[in-house]
Design a binder for this molecule. Structure first.
Ligand code: CLF
Ligand code: SF4
Length: 498
């Protein structure tokens, strides 16, 4: 087994630098190959520097680093048919939903409190509800306050783009390197089905005219940002029957204008959300429809596939939300920042991610030697349970989501996550939740996990899904590579058993 460092345990109880170094010394590089990493090697150094600690802009970084959102700018200048800017539902997980609104001062206090407790924190985002640039004074005031205490934190904003061209200079001045624009269309006829109105130039504008203005402002804002070297991620909500096919055109247009990433997110829509789409029965796409669109776009703008559609007050690694641990009533009036825990965490991560990259390169080398499954072979889908750190370090019964990878002799590729309710309550599995998990794992050949009980293992195997805990605490990619090689055999050894 390669070195085992529990980043999770470091995050919870950091100990001393010496302890961490001893942990590191126990492992060392156990990879047979120390090939090039697949992160920094693929892009200019200045870009890698901007994304290497950003959990949304780098799939690799999302194993190690956390974001937090503060809801300081609640007003919005447009209406989207999938949003109603709801504030008080803590049980939903979708953008635009938040439990408490904050003043910039309260937000800064909360960021410091979180930074003291969550050493993975690297990014502060302002992502609704409301538009971060319509209420731009509150957004920039918050960043200014936080910057005084936490100079190493990255700032990130998400906007619908309508007010964007008016604030690009300020964004550049505040060293905001990451801006997300939600762009759902480049055709105003389609836009009119998504946006009933906008508020622009001191008046409310409806229909196609509103969508045309929004589209023009979005494109201009995108061009202005990329001209200044600011990384832009475009989020698009996939709405079947309205813009699903059209998103291929959107992808080409935003790529042409220099977008760094395109994140296609499934519409979340249910009557109880009270949104227009929820109330009119507009459905979201299935996981297969989303993946099919993403696969069709493989040659277009770089796709983000690890988005978790966070709440607007989310705290923690993507896929976890510790927001309820840091509500204002749980934070003292006076908070003092202690940078030591975060500094130690970054030190450990640097060593850990270097070893992870070597392990990944070794896995790629080994996969290239696997038996050729034929020209029309479909890659195998393998799901894993992880608490972060890029390792198989979560018990099956504690998983609330599965990360899904596809693997073939060309390598191991992250393709998305499948949400599944945590089926383990008080140590007892619940049958119906296991059914939910089996449904969520549709198309998956195998699950690799840290540990699993006999009962759920048997149920999954009855459903045709193989479960293995043989790679517990190993790196994800090398485990999947090893599992695949054992399944299909290698050119050297012939067919092996799983
Ligand atoms: Fe927040 Fe968005 Fe910045 Fe990330 S989230 S403002 S870029 S720090 Fe990330 Fe969450 Fe997806 Fe957004 S997973 S919803 S893409
Ligand atoms: Fe809601 Fe954001 Fe759309 Fe405004 S821009 S209506 S906050 S989703």
């Amino acid at each position: 087994m390669s070195q085992v460092i529990s980043l999770d345990s470091i995050a919870k109880a950091p100990g001393s630098a010496e302890t961490m170094r001893q942990d590191l010394a126990k492992g060392g590089c156990t990879s047979s190959s120390c090939g090039s990493s697949d992160g920094p090697a693929d892009m200019p150094a200045e870009i890698w520097d901007k994304i290497k600690d950003h959990p949304c802009y780098s799939e690799e970084a999302h194993h190690y680093f956390a974001r937090m959102h503060v809801a300081v700018a609640p007003a919005c200048n447009i209406q989207c048919n999938y949003c109603n800017r709801k504030y008080d539902c803590a049980n939903e997980s979708r953008p635009g939903v938040v439990s408490e609104r904050l003043t910039p001062e309260q937000a800064a206090r909360k960021v410091i409190a979180v930074a003291n407790e969550v050493p993975q924190l690297s990014v502060l985002g302002i992502a609704g509800p409301g538009d971060s640039l319509y209420d731009w004074k509150k957004t920039f005031e918050t960043f200014e306050l936080v910057e005084k205490h936490l100079p190493d934190i990255k700032f990130c904003i998400s906007t619908n783009g309508l007010a964007l061209p008016d604030h690009v200079e300020e964004i550049a001045r505040h060293n905001i390197d990451h801006v997300t624009i939600t762009i759902n269309m480049v055709d105003p006829e389609i836009g009119a089905k998504i946006y009933p109105w906008i508020f622009f130039d001191k008046r409310r504008i409806h229909g196609v005219e509103a969508a045309r203005i929004l589209h023009e402002r979005q494109m201009r804002g995108l061009e202005m940002l990329t001209e200044r070297g600011i990384l832009v991620k475009v989020n698009s909500v996939m709405i079947p029957g309205i813009n699903d096919e059209h998103l291929k055109v959107v992808n080409a247009e935003v790529k042409k204008r220099g977008a760094f990433l395109h994140n296609i997110m499934p519409l979340i829509s249910a009557p109880e959300h009270g949104t227009h789409f929820g109330l009119t029965g507009q459905r979201g796409p299935t996981a297969a429809e989303l993946k099919s669109l993403q696969d069709d776009l493989a040659d277009g703008a770089n796709l983000m596939r690890h988005c978790r559609q966070c709440r607007a007050d989310a705290v923690g690694l993507l896929g976890e939300d510790r927001g309820q641990e840091f509500t204002l009533d749980k934070i003292g009036e006076e908070v003092t920042y202690d940078p030591e825990k975060r500094r130690l965490y970054r030190e450990v991560v640097e060593a850990e991610r270097a070893d992870h990259q070597k392990a990944r390169a070794a896995a790629e080398d080994a996969l290239a030697l696997t038996a050729d499954a034929g020209a029309n072979a479909v890659p195998m889908l393998v799901a894993v349970t992880t608490k972060g750190g890029g390792r198989l370090n979560q018990h099956f019964g504690h998983a609330t989501e599965f990360q899904v990878y596809e693997v073939d002799r060309d390598g191991v590729r992250f393709v998305g996550h499948r949400r599944a309710d945590n089926y383990c309550l008080g140590g007892y599995g619940e049958e119906d939740r296991l059914d939910t998990i089996i449904g969520a794992l549709d198309g998956v050949t195998a699950v690799l996990t840290a540990r699993i009980g006999d009962c759920p293992r048997e149920r999954l195997e009855e459903a045709g899904i193989i479960v293995s805990d043989a790679y517990a605490y190993e790196y994800i990619e090398s485990s999947i590579g090893a599992y695949y090689t054992a399944s299909v055999g290698s050119v050297d050894t012939g067919r092996a058993s799983a």
